[in-house]
Every structure is written in C-alpha cells, then in structure tokens.
Design a protein around this ligand. Structure first.
Ligand code: S3P
Length: 747
C-alpha cells in the first residue's frame, strides 16, 4: 500500500534533460516533484540557465554538456532532447558518439519526420534506443523561468516509434510521461507531421502574419490600443519563441505548404465573396466553421458524447425504491427529429424546427447533411434552422457518412442517397455495423439502385450515384417504418408512383411530414404511395415529446403504488400508442388531456397513476405500435401478477441489441422467471431482486433496468449506459426528478 507521505518508486534511474526550455524544464520539474527519477540532470550551455534551474529545484545536478554525464549512463537511464528542432541533429550526433546503446533517448520536437531523417543519417538506420516523441503542451512563454510541473497533466504525448524501436525503451518513455500526468498515444511519423501542420503550426503562422501585418502599419500604436478580444484571442501565440517556430517552419515544410495553400485558396474565395457581396457564401462558411468549432470545442474540453477512443464507460448505480411523482416533459421525438432534418434539407427554403431531439442519433443525421453541404444552424435548445437545398442540391461528402448507433439514419438515408448523382458510403458503430441492411438494399436494388452491403448484409453501405431509379410497388416482408420510409424517399427520385404495402401498421411520420412539406402522399389501407418528380416546400416543425422516452416514466408510475406522473406535450400518433394500450390492458390508469394537433401530428398530456398490474397476452397487432417500448414493458410485466406473453415480436432481436435476450438475461439475474422464445418472451411477475445487469450498449435496455430499481429489493448496477445519450440526453436528471436515486459511475 502506498500512502501519501511516501515518495512513489522512481520509474527510471537517471533522467538527463538536454535543453532547459519550457518543455525540458517543465518535464524535469514534474519528474522531480513526482519522484519519477532517482536523479534529474539538466544540461544547458548557459550557466545562468543552469543556476536558475538549480535554484528553482528543477534539477538535481547541472552540466554544460552530455560528455560530463554520458559515461555514467546505462540501461534504465533516459536522455530527453529538448532543444530547438534544427539544433537537434547536433545533439543526436553527441548521443551517437557518447551514449551506450542501451540508454533510452527521446525528444520533444514538434516535427517528427526531420528527427527520424536526422537519426537515420547519423546512425545509419533508426537506432532501437530512440523513441521520437512530442508532448502536445506548451504556452507562448518560453525558457526555464516559465517551467510548470503541471504543464503535461491531461495533455497528449504522441510517440512515433518505428518497427525497430525497443519495447523496453518505449515503456520507459511512456512511464515518464504518464508519471508527469500525460496521456500517451502513438502515431505514424507522417500522420503526426500532417496533423500538427494543420492544428498547431499553421495557427502560429497565421498569428505571426496577422500581428506582423498590423504592426507594419504606421499607426500601429493606435491599432493595438483599440484591438479588442478577437485580436487578443487570435494572436496570443504570436508571442511564442521565434527560433522554435522558424525551425518548425523549415523542418515540416512539405506538410505546412499543403495546408497553407489550402487556407490561402480559402482566403481568396472569401475575398471574392466579400468583394462581390456573396452573402450565401459567407453564411455557409461561417456557419459551418462555427458548428465545427463548437463540436471540436466539446472534444477539446473532453465533453464530446462520442469520442470513441477516450470515452469512459458510464454505469448507473440505482438505489431500490422511490416514489414516481412528477410533471415533466421528456425530449423531442427521435423519429420526427431525424425526418425534420432530412426533409428540411431536401426542401426549398428555410425550415425552422423546434423541440428537436439533441440526442446522438438525430445529431448523426444532422451531421450527415452538413457533410453533404447543407447549412444547418443550431441546435440550440431544440431549435434548428435548415437552409434547404432542394431535392437535387446535396453535394458529395468528402468522407463516409458516420451514423453512429442510428438505424433510422442509415436506413432512411440509404433511400434518399440511392437517388443522388454522387457515390456515398454509410458507416456506423459496432452495434449498427451488425444490423441487417438487406431489408433496405433489396427493395432499392429492385428500383435500380446500386448498393453494396458488407458480407452478411450489414453496414457499411456503398451506394453508387447517378442511377436512374424506377418506381416500385413493394410488399414489405416485415412491419418496418424504416424500410417503408426508405422506399418512399427513394420514390421521390423516380418518375411514376412508388407504393409500399405494410403487413401491419407502422409509424407514419414520413408520410405525415412529407404532406407538411406540401408533398402529396396517399394512404389507402395498408398502402402508402407517392409520385416522384415533385418538390418540397420549407415549413415549420414543432417536434413533440417522444412517447418512446415518456414510456419509461409511464412504466415508473405503473409499477409504484401511489405514483402520479404527468408527461407533457407527448406525440400520440395512433401508430405509436401501443404502450398506452398495453399498459391500460394491464390495469394502469392513464388519462390523455389537452389533446391537440401540431403540424399534422396528434399531441397530448399523459397522466399515469398506479393501479395493480396483471399479466396479459399482448395482442400481436400492438407489436409494431410499441416496438421500442418492450424493454420497459417487460419491467412492467415483471411487476404484474401472473404471466405476460409476447409473440410475433422477432423484430426485437435485431434492434440496437437482441432485446429479447438482453432483457431476459437481466430479468433472470434480478430473480424474475423470464423465458425468451424465438419471437417473444414469457414473463412471470414476481419480486425484482438486486444485481448487476448488462445493457449491451443498448440505450433502451439501460433505461428499462433503471426503472426496474423502483420495485427492486436491492441496488441494481446497470453497466454501459453511455448510449442513453443516443435518444434521451437528460434521462438521469429527469429520473432523479421523479424520485429515482441514480449515481453515475465511470469505469
Ligand atoms: C423507427 C422505426 C422503428 C423503431 C426505430 C425508429 C423510425 O424501426 O424501432 O427506433 O424512426 O422509423 P423499424 O421500422 O425497423 O421497426
């Protein structure tokens, strides 16, 4: 056991830092303060620097050159070269001459290609003892007096080892940086230099250039006096060390020139736009850049919901019991949010959306349209403004469209992208990458689309543009609104009438919203039809609260005696109200009030109160109407007296997880008799116990087991709840508000 008063064991023997600039001296200081090395030796040609470093406790021992210490160094010792980039080859030459081959060497230069080239030239080939490195940290201040031990905490250090680099050497360097609080990753040399040219080197040159331009004006004194925040923010880094940046400019010339040319091209376009009063161009660039900056800002603050490599796993620890009382509005409907972006983008004119769901799934759709050149403002508190480009105005994306966890995005997009003039590729996360896409690829192929899935009919989807699509009359083999919508959206790009016949009613938001955009869609019994060749007129859309999210709190109220929960402004489209019908049949008291119609969709407040629940045989016609609500309905069934039987629901096996198996496993863990069948489940009501359940990265499974805790005898730990953010960003806050006690644990 370590205790705080003990110094941790050093991770290396002797640390020799050559060059006591900001980085070298900060690393030496961190090593001393954290006890990372048995001895820290500083090397500088200047006496004054060495004196300052000794005085400030940055180093234990000062030397003027490597020769003074080289013969003492052996395996387990580490030499860090912290000199400017162009001076580095000379130091490396000293290393070759003076150091034994088992002494580890690393550097901190911002350019890695030049270090590797110098090493190959000096040693004849890459020496196994050299681990090129680059801490992404620093400030505009320089020199030993600027040293701060915390400079590297939570900052990245990129190592660019080659195949010959020794793993013992990599480990030593990694241990040092980790000890200083940094996050160590590795990268290919070329990739490093290209990325750094764009993200670090270019901004410095822009800042130097702007300040120099203004400083060259005769009246610069006045200009600088009045220069406000923008100038100050943008030019802080122009106070950086000129030698260092001169060296970087020369050492990373190739990569810098590429990005510099791109920016200069952009500048020229902007100049032309300003000169010609091209408002659209300016709005396009500024909006895209602002949104990208907001997105990157979240990553910079490590707040992005989906930064895959670094994301921490979130578990919910839910205490048993709670009272289930409240008056709340859950976030916007996911299905409608997706469609508002898609149809708004394809319309002519500005579509304004309120109540948009800011969940990862609908944001994936939004990003996909931005990637295809649509200017979309927001979302800001559920408000989105989409500058529609018309049915034929999308532009080819420069990279595959990444749709995260979202089945609705990939399936609906495949339909409308099949009709475009350009090729696209659609990808997703590991759950989406395992889901069946043959169900959309097959009818699209019948329409003449060229669409390729991975083996097994899963994503990625590769869609070849420029095809002439033919209308079809498609009898869907399964009741799927996603497939229906996909075919109808492809139908927009055909000449003639496309019809889809569904085996059972499925949600009809696509049809209703198309009509809201002035596009004629007919529904005749189980057949929805439209004719291609029309256009969509921009409109306003008010997205109501999502009944699929409300369902969690409906069940919360349904299982807790004396509960009373009101859910405001919920979409109660007849194709979505299976959860109301099923809960009512089980005995729950549910009242709908304030029933109105908003933008062609029925909306109501839903009040739910407890009454004893009884098990039922769920009518099969309710299955598509409650398709997303079954995980939490299974929790209701577990709290009912008697048996609940679900059949005809094999679709649940191909959702974000196999929802029959995921729920059965978790319920059994909690002591419930739950028996999965091929197309459903049989659940015998009983006492929910306590335990650890897996969400299988499925948002609805995670939320269902959270609700289960209300009636559990002990704590429930729900694992891997990150994906709750795909559909219900503030689930935890609202759950706490109605009386559920959840602690978030990051694993
Ligand atoms: C959705 C349709 C349903 C549903 C999904 C959203 C939609 O999928 O499960 O969460 O927005 O069209 P299927 O149509 O494949 O059943």
């Amino acid at each position: 056991m370590t205790n705080n008063s003990q110094q941790p064991k050093p991770v290396l023997n002797r640390l020799v830092v050559i060059g006591l600039g900001l980085i070298g001296s900060s690393l030496a200081l961190a090593a001393r303060q954290q006890g990372l090395a048995a001895q820290v030796v500083g090397i500088s040609r200047r006496d004054s620097t060495l004196e300052l470093a000794l005085e400030a406790g940055i180093i234990d021992r000062a030397e003027q050159d490597l020769e003074a210490v080289a013969s003492e160094l052996k395996a387990g010792d580490l030499v860090v070269i912290g000199v400017p980039t162009l001076t580095l080859p000379a130091v490396l030459e000293d290393c070759r001459r003076l150091l034994a081959s088992d002494v580890t060497i690393t550097d901190v230069a911002s350019v890695k290609g030049s270090v590797v080239n110098a090493a190959v030239e000096i040693y004849g080939s890459m020496p196994r003892q050299l681990v090129p490195g680059h801490p992404i940290a620093g400030s505009e201040k320089s020199g030993v007096t600027a040293a701060v031990a915390s400079l590297f905490v939570d900052h990245r250090v990129i190592l660019t080892p080659s195949e010959v680099t020794g793993s013992d050497h990599i480990k030593l360097v990694t241990d040092l940086w980790c000890g200083a609080g940094a996050i160590v990753t590795s990268m290919d040399v070329r990739e490093h230099d290209e990325i750094l040219a764009a993200t670090s080197h270019l901004p410095h040159f822009l800042a130097y250039s702007l300040v120099d331009t203004l400083a060259a004006k005769g009246d610069n004194h006045e200009i600088f006096r009045y220069a406000a925040g923008g100038f100050r923010d943008f030019t802080r880094i122009a106070a950086s060390d000129p030698v260092m940046w001169r060296d970087i400019a020369l050492a990373n010339k190739d990569a810098i020139l590429v990005i510099l040319d791109q920016v200069m091209g952009n500048f020229n376009q902007m100049r032309t736009a300003i000169e010609g009063g091209d408002q659209d161009y300016l709005m396009d660039v500024f909006t895209r850049a602002r949104d990208a900056r907001n997105h990157f800002g979240k990553i910079l603050d490590s707040k992005a919901l989906s930064s895959p490599m670094t994301e921490k796993t979130i578990n919910y620890r839910v205490a048993p019991g709670g009272n289930a009382q409240g008056d709340i509005r859950v976030p916007g409907d996911k299905s409608m949010s997706h469609r508002s972006i898609m149809l708004g983008s394809l319309a002519n004119g500005l579509t304004e959306v309120t109540g948009f769901l800011e969940g990862e799934d609908s944001l994936a759709t939004l990003q996909a349209f931005r990637d295809m050149g649509v200017v979309i403002e927001g979302p800001e508190q559920g408000r989105v403004a989409i500058n529609g480009v018309g049915l034929h105005g999308l532009k080819a994306p420069t990279k595959p469209l990444y749709l995260g966890n979202s089945g609705t995005s990939i399936r609906l997009l495949s339909g409308l992208l099949a009709g475009q003039s350009f090729d696209t590729e659609l990808t997703g996360d590991s759950s989406l990458s395992g889901r069946p896409m043959g169900r959309v690829a097959n009818p699209l192929a019948e329409m003449g689309a060229i669409i390729e899935t991975a083996a097994g009919g899963t994503p990625p989807l590769k869609i070849k543009g420029g095809q002439t699509l033919k209308p079809i009359n498609y009898a869907m083999p399964m009741a799927s609104a996603q497939v229906k919508s996909c075919v109808l959206l492809a139908g927009l790009y055909t000449e003639g009438q496309t019809s889809v016949v569904e085996p059972a009613p499925t949600r009809d938001h696509t049809e209703r919203m198309l009509r809201g955009f002035g596009y004629s869609v007919t529904t005749d019994g189980s057949t929805a039809s439209l004719s291609g060749g029309g256009s969509l007129a921009a409109t306003r859309i008010d997205v109501p609260a999502d009944i699929s999210s409300a369902a969690f709190f409906m069940v919360a109220a349904a299982i807790v005696p004396d509960s009373d929960i009101t859910l405001r402004h919920v979409g109660v489209n007849p194709t979505r109200i299976g959860v109301i019908n099923i809960l009512r049949q089980m005995g729950t008291r549910i009242e709908l009030t304030n029933e109105i119609e908003v933008g062609g969709e029925p909306v109501a407040d839903i009040r739910v109160r407890y009454a004893p629940l009884k098990g039922i045989t769920i009518p099969e016609d309710q299955v598509p109407l409650a398709i997303d609500e079954f995980p939490v309905l299974f929790v209701a069934a577990s709290c009912a007296t008697g048996e609940t039987l679900l059949t005809g629901a094999e679709e649940l096996r191909v959702k974000e997880s196999d929802r029959i198996q995921s729920m059965a496993d978790g319920l059994v863990t909690l002591g419930i008799d739950a028996q999965p069948t091929a197309d459903g489940i049989r659940i015998l009501g009983g006492q929910l116990g306590s335990g650890t359940v897996a969400s299988h990265d499925d948002h609805r499974i995670a939320m269902a087991f959270t609700i289960a805790a209300l009636r559990a005898s002990g704590e429930i730990l729900v694992e891997h709840c990150n994906n709750v953010a795909t559909s219900f960003p503030d689930f935890v806050g609202l759950a706490q508000q109605v009386g559920i006690s959840i602690d978030l644990e990051s694993a």
